[in-house]
Design a protein around this ligand. Structure first.
Ligand SMILES: Nc1ncnc2c1ncn2[C@@H]1O[C@H](COP(=O)(O)OP(=O)(O)OP(=O)(O)O)[C@@H](O)[C@H]1O
Length: 365
């Protein structure tokens, strides 16, 4: 109890807040907007992923939340308290970076306890909290080792322990897994989710990897050129990208120029090259005429069915559990198609796609 009071007095907040609110947060560099009017409310306990290609402003957004970058305009609120004028240490958020940023000459325990020591937390309290944090990240057995004696994944867990030991209301993570190999990255995803749940705090997680964002987040914020494009659950962003750009980013590899022939609210019929006719779903208000249809390779079905059309397999690339095919349709479109069945170049196949998975967007400028 005394320790908790001490920790609170030294800026280590318990996880007590309802909302973190960003209100029109912008940041410019040399007159150019790296982040343009980001408004976002993060509820306590939420896991938010900031997703987008390199340079879209994800790290800038995170650094503004952390207090590492002053805002050009806008404000940040923790419940009723305006926090954007506060320096990072007064915000009391935990941070985890791509490069771990551990002290190489300090043991795992001392790395984890460093922030508490800086805050003047008594030694016995530090020992107790460091042990609990190492327990959470399952590194108790490595407490006395130096970072150089640990694997990449273990070092990143030390960095996470160091972030959670201060009991922050919010943990900010900037591409924390990008230095790890593919297998470890996938293991660490669930590890970070588990730690997030165990802590009950909120997490903002920056990544350019859509699989990571979809697997980990409660809500995904898709960004491009400093501007939020869509905020939604992983299911929303995956199945209903709000814009063609987002669809491309989410793996809708087949993007076909089409003409909208008929429109009935969300249901549209489009005509592609040759006389390919496809029923689809309008993702935005669409006039009759030029538009674009986006279809994921795994949503094209091989086999006879309504609206099926023929094609010839040009290439078949083995991907472990399935094949990635390039199929030249009778209308001379080249489509990417995933197939669980063995198909070889030269095979003739029938293709179709369910209308709700043929997403139709306005033509790009
Ligand atoms: N210190 C800086 N000085 C000038 N420009 C900057 C600075 N930091 C970022 N930028 C610019 O702001 C834009 C957004 O950068 P930011 O690092 O936020 O993108 P990001 O989405 O995190 O990219 P990455 O995934 O490559 O880290 C980029 O155009 C970048 O060049």
């Amino acid at each position: 109890m005394a320790g908790q009071q001490n920790a609170a007095a030294n800026g280590a907040r318990k996880n007590e807040f309802r909302q973190l609110r960003l209100d029109g947060v912008s940041r410019q560099f040399g007159g150019a907007n790296a982040l343009d009017r980001l408004s976002l409310t993060i509820e306590r306990g939420e896991f938010i992923a900031l997703l987008g290609p390199s340079g879209c402003g994800k790290s800038t957004a995170l650094n503004c939340m952390a207090g590492l970058l002053p805002l050009t305009s806008g404000s940040i609120w923790l419940d009723q308290q305006r926090i954007d004028p506060l320096p990072p240490e007064k915000r009391g958020f935990g941070m985890v970076f791509q490069n771990y940023a551990l002290f190489p000459h300090l043991s795992v325990s001392r790395n984890v306890g460093f922030g508490l020591k800086m805050r003047g937390v008594p030694a016995a309290e530090i020992d107790r909290r460091v042990a609990a944090a190492l327990d959470t990240v399952q590194l108790q057995a490595h407490a006395g080792k130096l970072p150089g004696q640990l694997s990449g994944g273990q070092q990143q867990r030390v960095a996470i322990a160091r972030a959670i030991v201060i009991e922050p209301p919010l943990i900010l993570m900037d591409e924390p897994l990008s230095n790890l190999d593919a297998k470890l990255r996938i293991e660490m995803r669930s590890e970070i989710r588990r730690i997030h749940r165990a802590q009950g705090c909120s997490t903002v997680y920056v990544t350019h990897d859509q699989d990571e964002a979809l697997a980990m987040a409660d809500r995904v914020v898709v960004m491009k050129l400093g501007v939020v494009q869509q905020i939604g659950t992983p299911q929303d962003v995956f199945a209903r990208p709000a814009k063609l750009d987002i669809a491309r980013f989410m793996g809708y590899r087949n993007v076909l120029p089409v003409n909208v022939m008929q429109s009935d609210g969300a249901g549209v019929t489009v005509e592609g090259a040759g006389s390919l006719r496809l029923p689809g779903t309008a993702m935005q208000a669409l006039p009759l005429g030029s538009a674009v249809a986006a279809i994921r390779p795994d949503e094209i079905v091989i086999g006879e069915g309504p609206n099926a059309f023929a094609g010839t397999v040009e290439t078949a690339e083995y991907g472990g559990r399935e094949w990635l095919l390039q199929v030249r349709t009778v209308f001379d479109e080249l489509l990417y198609v995933r197939s669980a069945a063995v198909v070889t170049p030269g095979d003739r196949v029938m293709l179709s796609a369910p209308p709700e998975r043929v997403l139709v967007y306005a033509k790009e400028d």
